[in-house]
Design a protein around this ligand. Structure first.
Ligand SMILES: [Zn+2]
Length: 411
């Protein structure tokens, strides 16, 4: 029996496609239509949209249902007379994605299902100053185990873990994360070792990039271009253009903290002078003032600002101004009209926004015709860990057949 596929498939033109490959191509084609549908979609609509025969659709739908990738839900109306048809939608059981995050104030773990809903979110205050990467990742491995156990009770299985780290990552190796005191740390290998009993594929990504993906998802269709600024012990940015994360050649884009604000300014730990980091990182805003035990640096700054402490107010003014100067360069070059303040900057947004905006309004050429919005990020401090979990599940959303093959192999 031959099974039709889209005539435009380049693979069909170039080489004979084996029956098994054809089944996968068709299955993924049908899945993509269910994924893209805003409402439950019927088998008839799927046949019309894909050009596949009704018996083929029926078989594929059964495979997808048996694999817990989709589920039947109520009725779907296909706009024609006759009895309503059963609708198909993504399953909230089956595969799940795990996100892990190392923050300034602790560790976080999150699991999302195929629909993108958060099913588990845990945070453990865990100051990592003075602790080794092995110790930090061992703590995260325990949180990963707890997350996997918690969602197993809801018929969810984690397929991949994505770890968010504050710095550029190169194939699992964290090249530089001054906030953690890490340089050339193979976090991927360490986390794989620490989670070896869980048999979990692990990947490592920059936290600002992952947070931007989290915000992109949370914003629905309303956001297609923005700069997400992650403020903390370091400053990173995730840039989204036309609905896509702009990762750069190696995934190292968005090192906003090392954009030059004053060429002859203060020395930066990176070796240059006058970087944004030296004026707007939490350390710079704290200005050497110690943080009381049990309080996070951003909360300490907020308390001092609310109390009207002059040094803190001046430091926040400088931070907002320099942030606006650095962002203006990005906005002038990329034609983006939205800035989301995330990480600790979400908490401090009311103290930073006015000064940042003043610089942006003055320096970005096109603000007379297209004003720039500067606002706190939606997901707050959870953006990176949720973005990491979404990145993990996205692998199954892109290649659902890998999940079915995995299930078949463990059955
Ligand atoms: Zn620097």
């Amino acid at each position: 029996m031959t099974t039709p596929i889209r005539p435009s498939s380049p693979r069909q033109r170039q080489e004979p496609v084996r029956q098994e490959s054809l089944r996968i191509i068709n299955l993924e084609l049908v899945f993509r239509h269910i994924l893209a549908a805003t409402d439950p979609i019927s088998r008839t609509e799927l046949a019309a949209a894909t050009g596949l025969t009704r018996p083929t659709i029926t078989r594929i739908v059964e495979d997808l249902r048996a694999g817990q990738l989709i589920t039947e839900t109520g009725t779907a109306h296909d706009g024609r007379a006759g009895r309503p048809r059963v609708g198909l939608t993504l399953s909230d059981r089956g595969p799940a994605g795990l996100g892990l995050d190392i923050r300034a104030d602790g560790l976080a773990a999150c699991a999302v299902d195929l629909t993108g809903n958060v099913r588990h979110l845990a945070f453990a205050p865990s100051p990592y100053a003075g602790r080794t990467a092995d110790a930090v990742l061992a703590d995260l491995a325990r949180m990963a185990g707890a997350a996997i156990e918690a969602i197993a009770a809801e018929s969810l299985t984690v397929v991949t873990a994505t770890l968010a780290v504050p710095g550029p990552v190169d194939a699992g190796v964290v090249r530089s994360a001054p906030a953690l005191g890490w340089r050339d740390v193979d976090a991927g290998a360490l986390l794989r070792d620490a989670t070896s009993h869980l048999d979990l594929p692990v990947r490592v990504e920059n936290e600002a990039n992952l947070a931007a993906l989290g915000e992109l998802y949370a914003g629905g269709n309303a956001l297609s271009g923005f700069v997400y600024v992650s403020g903390g012990l370091g400053i990173g940015a995730g840039i989204v253009l036309d609905g896509q994360l702009l990762r750069g050649m190696r995934g190292w884009s968005g090192e906003l903290g090392h954009v030059t604000v004053y060429p002859d300014g203060k020395p930066c730990p990176c070796g240059a002078r006058g970087c944004l980091h030296t004026y707007a990182s939490l350390e710079a805003i704290l200005g050497g003032e110690p943080v009381p035990p049990g309080i996070t640096p951003d909360a300490a700054i907020l308390t001092r600002a609310d109390a009207g402490e002059p040094a803190t107010l001046a430091a926040l003014e400088t931070a907002g101004t320099t942030l606006g100067i650095a962002l203006s360069d990005v906005l002038n070059i990329l034609d983006i009209d939205t800035v989301l303040l995330g990480g600790s900057f979400a908490l401090l947004a009311s103290w930073l926004t006015a000064n940042a905006r003043a610089e942006i309004d003055q320096r970005v050429l096109t603000t007379d015709w297209a004003p720039v919005t500067v606002r706190p990020a939606i997901l707050g401090p959870d953006a990176a860990v949720i973005g990491a979990a979404l990145t993990s599940i996205d692998q199954i959303r892109q290649r659902p057949a890998t999940w079915l093959l995995h299930k078949a192999s463990v059955r």
